[in-house]
Design a protein around this ligand. Structure first.
Ligand SMILES: NC(=O)c1ccc[n+]([C@@H]2O[C@H](COP(=O)([O-])OP(=O)(O)OC[C@H]3O[C@@H](n4cnc5c(N)ncnc54)[C@H](O)[C@@H]3O)[C@@H](O)[C@H]2O)c1
Ligand SMILES: N[C@@H](CCO)C(=O)O
Length: 361
């Protein structure tokens, strides 16, 4: 039976939820998916690092029993108080690196280096981190191609909802002219709670407690998180090469709670909308801004942490993908779906090599 050994870089909401999935459902997943999963290394800014170098795997249950803020790897065998990210990523006996540290919208670091080190070390990378993908996605895809490894990032847009794979795999023969969507769970949740009477600050605190928000929720509220997602989606689906400066961005601080409630009384609903469209000359224009949508607009009914993207196509008109846009477990599922993509790709390559060998023999 095939088995993949994972190194988890960042042990916050998402990678902890992935560890829980492996600890609680590993056997069922193995029977269903045809491969086993083990965690052989973990690093975290606060907890340090923990690495198994003896051919075994980390016993996850005792780690998961400790509250996130209290975890300390330093006293454990193979543990250190220091994350030692570069050493762990390059040297730990992992097949796949699951990168889920903080998203940095300015330059993507340190996650960008984490991804580079892993690829250079010949390890597949699955990440939910939007920084490296939005800012350096092309270069990283090329680096992965040269090193013969996979670089998967489904969770960077709409968490576990397979919007990137749907667009890449299911739209063959369609011309996609553009898209518009609600692509941030926190801001959408906050707008709904403010509409029901909460203050912006209290609604943000709720979204943080529910695990939807970024470490610094300013990125959610001011639209920078959506800006990165628009870049990822436009670069992947429209073949664009957008930089942050190409995507003008206005956030929710342009609105007051009164604006939100008054609009609701008038049958309108404010949404933070990210969009991109191909211009007649082939270039792509994109933006992020709050928009007051009429109740009958398809995105007006997308509420709470649910997100949706409507793709504008030639033969089908609008095709909308909707589902969870944030959440720890939902995003851990995205990493699992990335591992599945790695498995399918490696199985296909192994099959092609066998066929080639059969042809030679
Ligand atoms: N939570 C969601 O709903 C969601 C959805 C999609 C994408 N994401 C992205 O996934 C990533 C992780 O999200 P999360 O909710 O788990 O965040 P989190 O804040 O709960 O966890 C991040 C963890 O990374 C650790 N960390 C930060 N910098 C590090 C470093 N240099 N080395 C080692 N560890 C480091 C932190 O200590 C923390 O434990 C973020 O980039 C986020 O944008 C999150
Ligand atoms: N903070 C992000 C996580 C998902 O990328 C959101 O609320 O949508």
């Amino acid at each position: 039976m095939t088995r993949y050994d994972l190194a988890l870089i960042g042990f916050g909401g998402v990678n902890r939820a992935l560890a829980e999935l492996i600890a609680e459902r590993g056997d069922t997943l193995e029977a269903e998916l045809g491969f086993g999963l083990r965690v052989v290394a973990i690093t975290d800014l606060r907890a340090g690092s923990l690495v198994c170098t003896d051919g075994g795997a980390i016993d996850l249950a005792p780690l998961l029993a400790v509250a996130p803020g209290e975890l300390d790897f330093s006293g454990l065998a193979g543990g250190s108080p220091d994350p030692r990210n570069e050493w762990v990523i390059r040297e730990a006996p992992a097949d796949i690196v699951a990168e889920a540290t903080f998203t940095n919208p300015a330059d993507g670091e340190p996650a960008l280096s984490h991804v580079r080190w892993a690829i250079e070390a010949g390890k597949h990378v699955c990440t939910t981190n939007k920084g490296p993908v939005a800012l350096h996605g092309r270069a990283l895809q090329e680096l992965a191609r040269r090193h013969g490894v996979c670089f998967e990032f489904e969770g960077t847009v709409m968490s576990g909802t397979p919007v990137l794979r749907t667009a890449r795999r299911m739209f063959g023969g369609l011309a996609v002219h553009g898209f518009e969507g609600v692509m941030n769970g926190t801001s959408n949740y906050v707008l709904g709670r403010v509409e029901s009477g909460l203050s912006f600050a209290d609604a943000v605190a709720e979204a943080q407690a529910l695990g939807y928000a970024e470490a610094d929720p300013t990125a959610d509220i001011e639209g920078h998180d959506v800006q990165l997602k628009v870049m990822i989606l436009a670069n992947e689906v429209l073949g664009a090469d957008l930089r942050r400066a190409d995507v003008p961005c206005t956030g929710l601080s342009a609105l007051t709670a009164d604006d939100v409630r008054r609009a609701a009384a008038e049958g309108l609903r404010w949404k933070l909308v990210g969009s991109a469209a191909r211009r007649p000359d082939g270039t792509v224009e994109a933006r992020v801004a709050p928009v007051a949508l009429p109740a009958e607009h398809p995105l007006a009914g997308v509420c709470g942490p649910v997100n949706a993207v409507a793709f504008h196509t030639d033969l089908l008109g609008a095709v909308t993908v909707a589902g969870p846009g944030a959440g720890r477990v939902e995003t851990a599922y995205a990493l699992l779906s990335d591992v599945l993509a790695v498995h399918e790709r490696t199985a296909n390559l192994a099959g092609a090599e066998l066929l080639q060998e059969a042809g030679r023999g």
